[in-house]
Write a protein that binds this ligand. Structure first.
Ligand SMILES: NC(=O)c1ccc[n+]([C@@H]2O[C@H](COP(=O)([O-])OP(=O)(O)OC[C@H]3O[C@@H](n4cnc5c(N)ncnc54)[C@H](O)[C@@H]3O)[C@@H](O)[C@H]2O)c1
Length: 290
């Protein structure tokens, strides 16, 4: 198989990531089906994508005709079997819970034809934690986008010990064809490259905040105004979702049993209060445009 055999892409999970990944693929010319078990989530995805595309057209960044053509190629579907009909490549972007992902990969493996690659957009789990529930481990890999996927250029492809060269090469090539920049990790490590670096930064930011050295606003200012980062670590946690920080920490803690890997007390408090960041209107900062 090679890249030209990929005609249709299915994205499973239509949340913040899946919706925009689907749009990126449709804009690049692929036939795409975006699937979610939650009908409201699919509706929300459609509205949000329409809003993003209207803005781009208004700003002169995209011609209306290209947007119309992309929407013509993009289907929204709640039935998984329908969504993977005639698909060539599946990108999983459901909730960051390993057991949910494993259930889904086992189902997908039964539903799709043997040539189909199953990629996960997980922020933390290496694909060997999913490949073993399928009969096609050589066709399973990580394809990790960044938030917001319509804008962020990098995609990390991770080749596990089970992933074939062909799968890694096709996935890297697909990243290029959807106008993103790939990096290929030839060895698995949880969290991959960018998020591990970000994790070290966020941990230090949280240490300074929780021990009263500076407010979260000031720590964000230090990162933006002194280090020239485009966004501070607290504003970024609000953007990616406090629930993601919570789940990532909890999964890491489950694996290592090391207290230092647990989410910080601030993250646990915010998670329990449902203050998940931009998506709920409040995280560290308050957002009025929800
Ligand atoms: N948010 C980020 O910044 C970010 C960045 C990179 C990668 N990721 C990863 O992308 C994935 C999705 O994250 P998100 O922020 O878009 O989450 P989200 O909570 O916004 O969306 C998840 C969606 O998955 C749907 N879903 C849950 N179980 C499902 C199933 N079995 N089948 C179909 N749909 C299902 C939910 O209804 C929801 O719409 C996670 O693995 C996360 O780690 C997130």
């Amino acid at each position: 198989m090679n890249i030209t055999d990929i005609k249709k892409v299915t994205v499973v999970g239509s949340g913040s990531m899946g919706s925009q990944i689907a749009m990126v693929c449709a804009l690049a010319g692929y036939k795409v089906t975006l699937q979610d078990i939650n009908h409201d989530s699919l509706e929300k995805a459609k509205r949000s994508l329409q809003g993003h595309m209207e803005n781009r057209v208004k700003k002169g960044r995209l011609p209306q005709a290209d947007v119309n053509a992309a929407f013509d190629r993009l289907q929204f579907e709640s039935n998984l079997e329908e969504a993977v009909n005639e698909t060539d490549f599946v990108i999983e972007a459901i909730v960051e819970l390993l057991e949910e992902k494993r259930k889904l990969f086992a189902q997908l493996d039964q539903m799709v034809s043997p040539h189909v690659i199953l990629a996960t957009n997980s922020s933390t789990f290496v694909s060997s934690r999913l490949a073993d529930v399928t009969n096609r481990p050589e066709k399973v890999c990580n394809m990790h986008f960044f938030n917001p996927a319509l804008v962020m250029e990098l995609v990390e492809v991770v080749q596990g010990p089970h992933t074939s060269e062909e799968t890694a090469n096709i996935t890297v090539e697909l990243v290029k064809r959807i106008h993103k920049t790939p990096i290929l990790l030839k060895k698995e490590i949880d969290g991959f490259v960018a998020n591990r670096i970000l994790g070290a930064l966020s941990k230090e930011a949280m240490y300074l905040y929780e021990n009263g050295y500076a407010s979260f606003e000031e720590i964000d200012l230090a990162c933006t105004k002194a280090l020239n980062h485009p966004i501070g670590p607290f504003a970024l946690m609000d953007l990616t979702g406090i629930d993601i920080s919570y789940y990532v920490g909890m999964q890491r803690y489950k694996k290592t049993k090391n207290e230092a890997d647990k989410p910080s007390k601030t993250i646990i408090e915010k998670f329990e209060k449902g203050e998940l960041g931009r998506k709920t209107g409040k995280g560290f900062y308050v957002y009025n445009n929800q």
